[in-house]
Design a protein around this ligand. Structure first.
Ligand SMILES: [Zn+2]
Length: 263
């Protein structure tokens, strides 16, 4: 039974091979005529000048011109950002030494950029042959509006009134940092809030920093997370130096505590 099967398979493959041979022998005879008259030129035609791109000394791609090096790096960078856990990119740094040099290769050796990109990024253990450092806000990162302080009043009902934010008591002059990158939509005096900064961080969310003693930003400024924007004070309706920190989504105050580091 087994033997019969093997014979059957063999006869099929022989048939196939002989057919294939007939086809290729025709092709070969045609090609033979051509190559016999110009063997040298034929091999020269297939050789092309390309750029060998190396990352930390190791060849990672063959490209036609310098503009393709940038394209290649941009494609890898895009993948690195996409696959990182950074939600809001603040800084992208190339962490490999890229060099390039001319090289003569057979034309057939050149692959398209997507092929090289997938080779560069599919190394196991996340050990990409071109590395990018991606820094920025990660989902779950805690917000740090002041480096130290104590929560003196929480969000919610307070003496029959709604407290729209959280109070962090800290000495006057303590630096206040933007917790997320965004655009300053207000920096000035507002009754109750005193000197106050409002920053639009996108997704219909505005962060409010109230009772400041010093304002370091102006309306329309773009700020990064961690950037100093002002100093703690006791301006407006306040009984002592503290930061009134408010988060509004669609203008509705949210409890900021889950976002904040523990104070
Ligand atoms: Zn408050």
């Amino acid at each position: 039974m087994n033997r019969k099967l093997i014979i059957a398979v063999l006869s099929i493959s022989i048939t196939f091979t002989s057919t294939a041979y007939v086809i290729s022998s025709k092709e070969l005879s045609k090609e033979a005529k051509y190559t016999s008259s110009s063997t040298m030129q034929e091999s020269d035609i297939n050789m092309v000048e390309v750029i060998s791109v190396k990352s930390d000394g190791r060849e990672v791609a063959l490209v036609k011109d310098k503009s393709e090096i940038k394209k290649l790096l941009d494609m890898v960078k895009e993948k690195a950002i996409k696959e990182s856990d950074v939600k809001e990119v603040e800084e992208v740094k190339l962490n490999s030494k890229i060099t390039y040099e001319p090289k003569r290769v057979n034309y057939s050796e050149i692959k398209d950029l997507t092929h090289y990109v997938s080779n560069i990024v599919t190394d196991h253990d996340n050990n990409w042959s071109i590395k990018f450092d991606i820094k920025g806000y990660k989902e779950g990162d805690k917000w740090i509006p002041v480096s130290r302080g104590t929560i003196s009043s929480s969000f919610g009902e307070r003496w029959g009134r709604m407290h729209k934010g959280i109070d962090i008591a800290a000495p006057t002059g303590t630096p206040i940092y933007a917790v997320r990158k965004g655009k300053v939509i207000f920096s000035g005096w507002q009754d109750g809030y005193g000197k106050v900064i409002k920053i639009d961080i996108g997704e219909d969310t505005v962060i409010i920093y109230g009772h400041c003693s010093v304002l370091n930003v102006n309306k329309n400024d773009l700020v990064d997370a961690g950037e100093k924007i002002g100093e703690v004070g006791s301006t407006g309706k306040s009984t002592g130096p503290h930061l009134h920190f408010e988060v509004r989504k669609d203008n509705i105050p949210q409890n900021p505590e889950p976002y904040l580091k523990k104070y």
